[in-house]
Design a protein around this ligand. Structure first.
Ligand SMILES: [Zn+2]
Length: 273
């Protein structure tokens, strides 16, 4: 496993550093509904980057995964408790210092993988790339989560936060971090994802956006939807163990959502962890 922190400095110095892709996962500590632990974004980012690094290595690309930062800006979740919030400025300075440290050692290819959909780093990337043109580059990819869910499960299940996508992943990877008896009924809340000053607790009583009750460690089989592509083929894929669906184990799914009805458009919010 190509983990930066697990190597010695001599081993790190012996790498072809200018050819190495450094994956920088950013985690977050914030509410994930009453049923998921507040470190979901953190371990998900770490494990996803580890799987990516393994796949890159199998293709002959040297990749390293940096330790995941556990905190980021999460002001919209302040109304629930269970969070650690960084100011945007603190967050960007932290990441700039991380990247500058690595550049000083000869690394020059970076991917910041945002564990939290609320993390805004495009300005940082633009600034960094302008300052290091020709010498180093950082990429901040978009999240393909909605496409993944739609390909593997039921596109009609509304999502947004602590939904069936996140809950399914937690069931498959870290069932001990799921409280099946605390899965709330679907929420029709539509918080403004673009407004970092918003207080989500004013629109979603549980913290959930979307429907978490359709989660399963095997969402494709639970939904009856025929997946259009298989599970990831990295070596980590073998760890995706079958597990029972959440159906029938949570609170009464007929229970009425306690959130206020959404106003305006019926557009489903983009899925965001
Ligand atoms: Zn998040």
């Amino acid at each position: 496993m190509p983990l930066f922190a697990a190597l010695t400095y001599e081993e790190l110095n012996s790498l072809e550093r200018d050819e190495t892709v450094v994956l920088v996962p950013t985690g977050c500590t914030e509410q994930q509904g009453p049923h998921l632990s507040v470190d979901f974004d953190t371990w998900f980012a770490a494990e996803l980057c580890e799987a990516v690094a393994e796949r890159l290595e199998s293709r002959g690309v040297v990749a390293l995964v940096l330790p995941t930062t556990p905190f980021g800006p999460t002001p919209e979740h302040r109304g629930y408790g269970g969070y650690v919030n960084l100011r945007q400025d603190t967050f960007e300075r932290l990441l700039e210092d991380v990247l500058e440290s690595l550049i000083a050692q000869g690394f020059r290819r970076f991917v910041i993988w945002r564990g939290c959909g609320g993390h805004r780093l495009s300005e940082l990337a633009h600034r960094f790339n302008a300052a290091h043109t020709g010498a180093a580059r950082v990429w901040v990819p978009d999240h393909p989560y909605n496409e993944v869910w739609c390909a593997l499960a039921d596109p009609d299940v509304p999502g947004g936060h602590a939904d069936s996508f996140a809950t399914s992943i937690a069931l498959a990877r870290h069932r001990e971090r799921v409280r099946p008896d605390r899965v709330p009924p679907p929420s029709e809340a539509t918080p403004d994802f673009a407004d970092s000053a918003a207080d989500w607790s004013l629109v979603s009583a549980t913290g959930v956006v979307g429907d978490p009750t359709r989660a399963s460690a095997e969402p494709a089989s639970a939904s009856g939807h025929k997946p259009s592509s298989g599970p990831p083929r990295s070596s980590s894929a073998s760890q995706w163990k079958p597990s029972n669906s959440l159906r029938g184990t949570g609170p009464d799914r007929r229970a009425k959502a306690v959130d206020p009805p959404r106003r305006g458009s019926r557009r489903r919010p983009a899925r965001r962890t």
